[in-house]
Design a protein around this ligand. Structure first.
Ligand code: FAD
Ligand code: DLZ
Ligand code: SF4
Length: 510
């Protein structure tokens, strides 16, 4: 009998491990302690994934497949994927193990040991749900000094014939980003995100997570994510119908108490396999052709999936395992406690952390320009920042989280992904949001106790990293400005920075 393993992020009926499955084979799925706790995932993320796994197993059983599903609280559960594969192999006289390659370096390395450890043949099949294979990406990257996403994206547009005419890109341009930076107007109405009722399976998982993961970050309620492919398709349709039209215009906008904005909220479904990238792209492209969404929105959305998503996965696999250890700026400050509690006077950080805690979601610009920007300019330790991002978001898996954090926000990779750090002062946050209006700090004030911390931390970051960044041609302007500053101004920046870090430091026990 063959054993076919389906991992929690492999919930696709077309996954390579199931492609030639017969009713005689045994399909194994297991909820294990190791995967749920190697970082302490957000409670809502665990509810989502366990419920989606249970629904997926039920759909396989309905099709007549022989599914062995191990629940988290099964007393015999060994707590690891390898342990569960070994246990079933021993019990059932398994002749061969068939798996799709894990999307995480740690798990894939372990899989490669199974044949020896379990003394059974193990076939590790490629995960072909991505639009660019790891080999194809490596070939594209070969010989390039810099891996710029834009050039990769153009290749992908051509290869998959997305938004193309015979003469080139539809509309004559590859990228409409410059039309995608509108500030939010005061009277902006944001449609509600997708909601689905909790069924018995999800309720059982909620009870389980409440009991076993009470010390993990985040709120379980309200829970409204899709946990089946049908519902995930409905969530995608709702996005295309209600939000895509304005996705481009307000892609970079942030509004107080509007966590969902005009984003799609489908990352969690794509990353666990309930949705496939090409079907999301096709629906958006169709919306352009039938006139229901403009080109800047459709191109912007497609670029995220066809460009960024595939690109970061490519970077992950060509650069691991070294990528995880990189710390180009030698940042070492501990993650402040407020990343867990949201207890900070900085309204922008409070908003984004509170929403993350409630929803296991924050949209891209909140992750990048508020939470990430602070982590960069405050010099937070990349390991701690990576752990935080990996556990707080329902769509987070290392292959996509790590390049976004170590590459895009922290510049810990020294410029593999971006040509310069994405550092910004309070002026940017004020332009793209209405957060500053409800803040105890003033974005217009540069120094002193009332000043926005992003303002002086920005200059402290530039100053602190002069050795590493002064030679970067895209940072020249910043260093010219720094060099023009008076000694008095630089002293003020230092005093404010020291005071700020002292205030947020954990209180020492007396
Ligand atoms: P939308 O804004 O509607 O975008 C559509 C889709 O495009 C997303 O669902 C996602 O699949 C893809 N996408 C968009 N931007 C990126 C990107 N930079 N990298 C890869 N795919 C992208 N995305 C994750 O899927 N998992 C993560 O763990 C993750 N961590 C991030 C950490 C940081 C510091 C930053 C700056 C970004 C991170 N992203 C991550 C990318 C992006 O923020 C999320 O994909 C997005 O916010 C998910 O929400 P959405 O589905 O509404 O996306
Ligand atoms: C994220 C996650 C969690 C929380 N739990 C499980 C689990 O219990 N069983 C499982 O098969 N997968 C889980 N996952 C997803 C895995 O961590 C993911 O499959 C690996 O990281 C490989 O990408
Ligand atoms: Fe954030 Fe500064 Fe604006 Fe306050 S003033 S919300 S800290 S950017």
């Amino acid at each position: 009998m063959k054993l076919r393993l389906v991992l929690g992020d492999q919930l696709s009926h077309t996954i390579s491990s199931l492609r030639d499955a017969t009713k005689e084979d045994m399909i194994l799925m297991c909820e294990v302690r190791q995967e749920a706790t190697y970082v302490k995932h957000h409670k809502k993320k665990i509810v989502f994934l366990f419920s989606a796994m249970r629904h997926f197993a039920a759909s396989l059983s309905t099709k007549g497949f022989n599914v062995h599903y191990v629940k988290y609280d099964d007393p015999a559960n060994t707590g690891s994927i390898r342990g569960e594969v070994g246990r079933l192999a021993d019990q059932r006289g398994i002749s061969e193990i068939i798996v799709t390659a894990a999307n995480e370096y740690r798990v894939l390395e372990d899989m490669k040991q199974w044949a020896n450890a379990l003394t059974l043949p193990v076939a590790i099949r490629p995960d072909d749900r991505f639009l660019c294979s790891t080999e194809e990406f490596a070939a594209w990257a070969e010989g390039r000094k810099q891996f710029r996403m834009e050039y990769f994206y153009r290749e992908m547009r051509k290869k998959h014939a997305i938004l193309m005419t015979d003469d080139g890109p539809i509309g004559g341009q590859w990228n409409y980003d410059e039309s995608n930076r509108k500030s939010p107007p005061k009277d902006l109405t944001v449609p509600d995100t997708f909601h689905i009722d909790i069924d018995d399976i999800t309720q059982d998982v909620i009870d389980l997570v409440s009991q076993h993961f009470s010390d993990h970050f985040g709120d379980i309620a309200p829970f409204h994510f899709a946990v089946t492919r049908d519902a995930a398709l409905q969530a995608l349709d709702l996005f295309v119908y209600a939000r895509l039209r304005l996705f481009g215009d307000y892609q970079d906008a942030m509004v107080q108490n509007e966590p969902w904005m005009f984003h799609s909220h489908i990352g969690l479904y794509l990353n666990c396999g309930l949705l496939a990238p090409l079907e999301c792209i096709a629906r958006a492209e169709a919306a352009y052709h039938d006139g229901s969404a403009p080109l800047n929105a459709v191109e912007g959305f497609i670029r995220q999936i066809l460009g960024w998503r595939e690109y970061v996965r490519g970077i992950y696999w060509i650069k691991m395992p070294d990528y995880k250890a990189m710390n180009f700026l030698e940042a070492k400050r501990a993650l402040p406690e407020f990343y867990w509690t949201a207890d900070t006077k900085m309204n922008c950080m409070r908003q984004c952390i509170t929403e993350t805690k409630q929803n296991a979601y924050a949209h891209h610009i909140q992750r990048l320009m508020v939470l990430g920007n602070f982590a960069l300019i405050a010099g937070l330790d990349p390991d701690q920042v990576n752990d935080w991002y990996l556990l707080v978001y329902a769509d987070a898996y290392e292959w996509v989280e790590l390049p976004n954090v170590s590459g895009m926000i922290l510049f810990a990779d020294g410029g593999i992904m971006g040509s310069k750090p994405y550092a910004a002062s309070g002026t940017y946050i004020n332009k793209m949001s209405n957060y500053c209006g409800s803040c105890s700090y003033k974005h217009t004030v540069k120094n002193g106790p009332k000043a926005c911390p992003f303002n002086y931390l920005y200059w402290d970051f530039i100053d602190r990293n002069a050795d590493k960044l002064r030679g970067n041609p895209r940072m020249g302007f910043m260093y010219q400005s720094l060099d023009r500053m008076t000694d008095e101004k630089r002293h003020e920046i230092q005093v404010d920075t020291d005071r700020f870090f002292k205030e947020i430091a954990p209180h020492e026990k007396s």
